[in-house]
Design a protein around this ligand. Structure first.
Ligand SMILES: Cc1cc2nc3c(=O)[nH]c(=O)nc-3n(C[C@H](O)[C@H](O)[C@H](O)COP(=O)(O)OP(=O)(O)OC[C@H]3O[C@@H](n4cnc5c(N)ncnc54)[C@H](O)[C@@H]3O)c2cc1C
Length: 395
């Protein structure tokens, strides 16, 4: 009798990472496909939280636990997902279509990289280097809050989005806050000087002590567990806790070791496919057709597109991601900021209005077209008006 053999089970779609990108694509996929096996691997606990909440939690009286929206089991049940938490993917074998975990391997049909970005570490000297905090996930934030005693003087290295938001949150909650940065005004990568000065003034009035034009060089323990932060002009900031917020890089190690093309992040085309057609990437780890945008709104666009593509299972007809004009909202509540970084350069900033904390600025390209804007204070209420006049990031 020629008995019919049981067909081999097709390997699952495997998603690496349980952040906004990983859960976002799982949620979108399930809108179209209720049956295909989905496995999510994450080195954290797999709980669902909204990462931007972290930098405004303290002044709002929230603990790290208050930020958890759903635990891993609830997420797994809701999305019919197998979540393998506290598991680190060590390598990807694209030829064999499998991922290597410590002591195990898992085959995939399609693989989605949603592994986020890595905080840049400054090359600091001194015996307190290991005591310097960075915050890029809830575990980091738990560690920071554990070490932040109520009277702690906080030194923040970096006045970009993350550094400025934490400066705002911590000073609002009553901490003494110092910020050091080699640039000349806060949020310098986003804002022209006039707008940056508006933010600076609002945070200074609340008590933030800025050390601009100076880079941190070393961190040394002093008396009573004080940490002395040395700057390159020999200034020393005396702090009880130090937070480094000097930027991110796409987490490229796994991808480049697997032979995938990487740049600021894993290089993907507008279908979110990497240089291997069975592997996709989105979120902070992905460089999407030349755009590395480590923010929530772009990754949600990608999650929608990729969810559809994975469910259709037809790479030839894969959907292409679009990035409309997606502004960045910076949660410096003492002087709120909405910015749409210029989509093309060169060009120059033009200040339309500047009245105390309220600044309106447009970035005009060489043909005089408005291709970006920055609004602070009350002027942030005009963002819809400004959005009408700018081109999309990727049409
Ligand atoms: C304090 C803070 C405030 C922010 N505020 C804003 C804001 O106001 N607006 C905004 O748009 N953006 C903001 N951002 C950025 C935004 O939060 C990120 O763009 C977004 O959360 C990135 O999601 P992701 O899923 O790509 O990465 P992540 O959330 O970093 O997730 C990466 C996942 O990959 C897993 N992982 C990594 N490597 C491995 C491995 N080898 N094996 C297994 N698992 C692995 C991790 O465990 C994690 O689950 C903020 C970021 C921070 C840190």
């Amino acid at each position: 009798m020629s008995g019919s053999a049981t067909p081999a089970l097709k390997p699952p779609i495997v998603i690496l990472g349980s952040g906004q990108a990983g859960t976002g694509v799982a949620r979108e996929f399930r809108k179209y496909d209720a049956d295909t096996r989905l496995v999510m691997i994450t080195r954290d606990d797999g709980a669902n939280y909204y990462k931007p909440d972290i930098s405004e939690a303290y002044a709002a009286g929230k603990t790290p636990d208050d930020l958890v929206k759903k635990d891993a089991d609830t997420m797994a049940a809701e999305l019919d997902l197998e979540i393998r938490s506290h598991e680190q993917v060590e390598a990807i074998d694209p030829e064999a279509k499998r991922v290597l975990l410590s002591g195990d391997t898992l085959e995939y049909n399609r693989l989605v990289l949603a592994v986020g970005a890595e905080p840049i570490r400054l090359n600091l000297s001194g015996d307190a280097v290991d005591a310097v905090h960075k915050i890029n996930n809830l575990t980091d934030y738990r560690n920071f809050r554990r070490d932040l005693h109520p009277e702690a003087r906080v030194a923040i290295l970096g006045s970009g989005l993350i550094g400025s938001e934490f400066a705002n949150d911590l000073v609002t909650a009553g901490h003494s806050v110092s910020v050091a940065d080699p640039v000349d005004w806060p949020l310098a990568q986003f804002l022209p000087e006039t707008a940056g000065r508006a933010v600076r003034q609002a945070l200074e009035q609340a008590g933030v002590d800025y050390f601009f034009g100076r880079a941190a060089t070393g961190v040394h323990f002093g008396d009573d567990e004080t940490i002395n932060v040395g700057l390159d002009d020999d200034t020393v900031i005396h702090a009880d806790i130090v937070l480094s917020a000097v930027g991110l890089n796409g987490a490229n190690r796994l991808a480049s070791a697997a032979g995938l093309e990487v740049d600021r992040g894993v290089v993907v085309d507008r279908t979110l496919a990497t240089s291997d057609p069975h592997i996709y990437a989105l979120g902070d780890c992905a460089d999407v057709a030349g755009h590395w945008r480590p923010y929530v709104a772009p990754l949600m666009q990608c999650a929608r597109t990729l969810g559809k593509t994975l469910a259709a299972g037809d790479e030839e007809a894969a959907a292409q991601v679009r990035y409309p004009a997606l502004p960045i909202i910076i949660k410096t509540h003492l002087c709120p900021v909405v910015v749409y970084p210029p989509v093309t350069r060169p060009g120059e900033w033009q200040i339309n209005e500047a009245n105390g904390a309220d600044v309106e600025a447009e970035f005009r390209d060489e043909d005089g077209r408005c291709v970006g804007f920055a609004l602070t204070g009350e002027a942030t209420k005009k963002r819809r008006e400004y959005l009408k006049n700018v081109p999309p990031i990727m049409a």
